[in-house]
Design a protein. Structure first.
Length: 357
């Protein structure tokens, strides 16, 4: 089997979030053929290669979003053509999985040469934030660093935005429109709050810029001739690592006339200091000079304080879109990147002259 075949087989095996069983079977089987014993819980797989030393998590996700309308190709009948493979998940994130798995299959031949322990985890439900890496962390044991595989064009993301969603409710008093003086219009109240969103300013982050509050949904009013007594709207903030989600929610509550409820705050913003061994090793492996920030969240959000980077082959702008594809050149560079990064990290973390070891 070649690396190109490996990606083709992964993409040809449907794995919409929650239905990763068959693709997990495929990955588990390929590793078993090389004598690697794989742990499995639900549709999550993990295994260790090497022994002792630092412990590096190498993680990507097996699941995909469902195919949306607009696909002109078959989402699950991939073929390599003109150096590209079109299929659901080819870019997000099966190119990363194939690159990491290819590296693992090679390392399985001589794991003792690694100089540390690579903890591989191919996990489920990244796209839905369900029964994936977050449910597995304790089972993985202590971790010194992590690389999360997502399509970044092999840029080294050392910061990633979080996501805070607030549900705001403006309360009023209903009345017949003809007797408007008896009522209090909740939609007008919500509108005053919504118009304030554009003036809120947050401090910028060196890699991520400043977050902006975006109102994404509004609902209110029961009848055309009745003054509405409530209006609900959602605010979505893509946060930076210096913002605490609870503090931001309290700030909004203090500024708005509407009630402010935290709808979702668990996707935490993340950043890793550039001098950390994992950042330095990843830059060296990819040939990039400096790390970048990423606007999208990922499974990194669940990894707590473990120093991590997000990096992998592909382009984030192709994700969740019709006719998603990966270039053969990207795939091969991805596999070479992880093959260099894993031993490179162990060396970087061990190196006595490194001030950040
Ligand atoms: Zn992804």
């Amino acid at each position: 089997m070649t690396l190109d075949d490996l990606l083709l087989r992964l993409v040809a095996t449907p794995s919409v979030s929650g239905q990763e069983g068959p693709v997990a079977d495929l990955v588990q089987g390929l590793l078993a053929e090389r004598g690697v014993r794989v742990n499995r819980e639900g549709h999550n797989l993990w295994f260790e290669l090497g022994q002792g030393g630092k412990r590096l998590l190498v993680n990507s996700h097996l699941d995909t979003v469902p195919p949306n309308e607009g696909w002109s190709a078959e989402p699950w009948s991939p073929a390599w053509k003109d150096g590209r493979l079109v299929g659901l998940g080819a870019n997000d994130a099966k190119g990363c999985v194939a690159s990491m798995l290819w590296t693992a299959l090679a390392l399985a031949e001589h794991p003792e040469t690694l100089g540390g322990t690579a903890v591989f985890a191919f996990t489920a439900e990244e796209e839905t934030g369900g029964k994936g890496i977050a449910t597995l962390l304790e089972r993985l044991g202590p971790l010194d660093a992590a690389v999360v595989g997502e399509p970044t064009g092999l840029q080294i993301c050392a910061a990633q935005r979080g996501m805070l969603i607030l549900r705001c409710v403006a309360r009023g008093r209903s009345a017949h429109v003809a007797h408007g003086q008896l009522g209090e219009n909740a939609i007008h109240k919500a509108a005053r709050d919504i118009s304030r969103m554009e003036v809120f300013r947050f401090e910028g982050h060196p890699l991520l810029g400043a977050p902006r509050a975006q109102v994404t949904q509004v609902q209110g009013g029961l009848a055309r001739n009745q003054i509405p007594d409530s209006c609900e709207f959602f605010v979505d903030l893509r946060t930076t690592p210096d913002l605490d989600h609870d503090e931001v929610a309290r700030f909004f509550a203090s500024q708005l006339e509407s009630e402010v409820h935290v709808h979702s705050k668990r996707y935490l913003p993340k950043a890793t200091a550039p001098e950390q061994a994992i950042v330095q090793a990843a830059l060296a492996a990819s040939g990039k000079a400096v790390p970048v920030g990423s606007a999208t969240t990922s499974d990194w959000a669940w990894l707590g304080e473990v120093p991590a980077v997000k990096a992998g082959p592909g382009d984030t702008h192709r994700s969740h879109r019709p006719d998603e594809f990966l270039l053969m050149e990207e795939l091969h560079k991805g596999a070479a990147f992880y093959a260099a990064l894993i031993p490179g990290y162990f060396q970087e973390a061990r190196s006595p002259e490194a001030p950040h070891a």
